[in-house]
Design a protein around this ligand. Structure first.
Ligand SMILES: Nc1ncnc2c1ncn2[C@@H]1O[C@H](COP(=O)(O)OP(=O)(O)O)[C@@H](O)[C@H]1O
Ligand SMILES: [Mg+2]
Length: 368
């Protein structure tokens, strides 16, 4: 029995939707329609019910429906651990988005107490072959799914580092100017590093016992130039102080969690993920997402809501069927998209189906 699910979702003036309502019964939801019909926009709307900027990682203004540009509103009824909540995320067309839970205005982080979400989007298909930034973002999403406060420490770190980088660029050498800001960076940075290590440990722990058909990945946290990030804030503050002469020369901070990376190895083949086939790379990602979901089911008390955009791309029929079986066994409400209904045939009546189409520039949804 699913204990975490969105049972009603309403989109108002968000992206290609003027006004649309979706009802869901807790089963996985298969969304199909042509390119540009509005499938990913539904997943993005759902992702805005969790802390952060949603699955496209954009500012609130970009989501405002053109041409009206009057702001937007996402409303949802959420079943979470035996409680029913009404959640509203509103953007009035300027300023920041506003979150209410059961009619009360709350900070975004409060969403993390009642909902956990994990997503997989097509840009992640290049995760293993592109730069470290995408992998850090991926790992931070995993860390955030376990620890909602990860968003706050990340922001605190970025803010302090911007300040330090400004001093470095100005060639300031007086240690007195650096101490306070480096202490802030060290506290936030150590928390980031700990959350990431914890996230990897959680993924690894569930992997041992899961009877998954997806190939497992062994993850390894690293840092640019072979530097080893210390675990505690005191040692990290020292590392910042030691790095100052080099940093002044570079005009930016060269050590810290913002320069971390992780690599994945296809465990059974002992092959780095970047050398695997496109299909294998996708399968490794899916195995990480499923491990994340299993770990959350244990820690949070319910499997997270899964948002799987174009999930069957690069998967052969066998792997696709295996994925559906694992999602159903997990009991997660997975919202999945694909271009046609045939991609979801193996789900039979284990899923509900929504067709999305464009009507004169406005997306419409029909339940099947
Ligand atoms: N702010 C916006 N206002 C109006 N339409 C938008 C906005 N942002 C994106 N769109 C439209 O949404 C559509 C893409 O929807 P999307 O959900 O990504 O499609 P798909 O079904 O392929 O996943 C495009 O037609 C795009 O022009
Ligand atoms: Mg899409």
């Amino acid at each position: 029995m699913t204990t975490l699910a969105v049972t009603e979702l309403a989109l108002s003036h968000a992206r290609s939707y003027k006004g649309a309502v979706v009802e869901a019964d807790g089963r996985p939801v298969a969304i199909y329609g042509a390119n540009g019909a509005g499938k990913t926009n539904i997943l993005e709307a759902l992702s805005l019910l969790s802390p952060g900027r949603g699955l496209r990682g954009v500012k609130a203004d970009e989501i405002t429906r053109a041409p009206e540009r009057i702001g937007w509103k996402i409303t949802a009824t959420l079943q979470s651990l035996g409680h029913i909540h009404e959640v509203e995320v509103t953007y009035e067309g300027s300023g920041t988005r506003c979150v209410t839970i059961d009619g009360k205005t709350t900070p975004q982080v409060a969403l993390g107490h009642i909902v956990r979400m994990v997503w997989l989007v097509p840009v992640m298909d290049r995760l293993w072959v592109e730069g470290a930034e995408g992998r850090r973002r991926f790992l931070d999403r995993v860390a955030l799914s376990f620890e909602p406060r990860h968003a706050d420490v990340s922001l605190a770190y970025e803010k302090a580092m911007r300040q330090r980088n400004r001093m470095l660029k100005n060639g300031i050498t007086d240690p007195g100017w650096y101490r306070a800001v480096e202490a802030q960076m060290a506290i936030a940075g150590a928390a980031i590093h700990t959350n990431r290590q914890h996230a990897i440990a959680q993924l690894t722990a569930v992997r041992e016992e899961a009877g998954t058909t997806f190939p497992t990945a062994t993850l390894n946290l690293s840092h640019a130039e072979g530097f080893v990030l210390p675990d505690d804030a005191g040692a990290l503050a020292e590392a910042f102080a030691d790095s100052r002469p080099r940093d002044i020369f570079a005009g930016r901070t060269l050590v810290g969690p913002h320069r971390a990376d992780f690599d994945a190895t296809y465990t059974a083949k002992r092959l780095p993920a970047r050398q695997c086939s496109t299909g294998e790379q996708k399968a490794l990602l899916i195995s990480l997402i499923l491990a994340n979901a299993r770990a959350l089911a244990l820690g949070f008390g319910a499997p997270p809501i899964l948002l799987l955009d174009e999930v069957s791309a690069h998967l052969d029929a066998g792997r696709r069927a295996a994925l559906y079986d694992e999602i159903c066994a997990l009991g997660a409400q997975a919202w999945m998209t694909g271009t046609g209904p045939e991609l979801f045939k193996d789900l039979g009546n284990r899923a509900q189906r929504l067709e999305v189409f464009d009507m004169n520039g406005t997306s419409k949804i029909t339940a099947h």
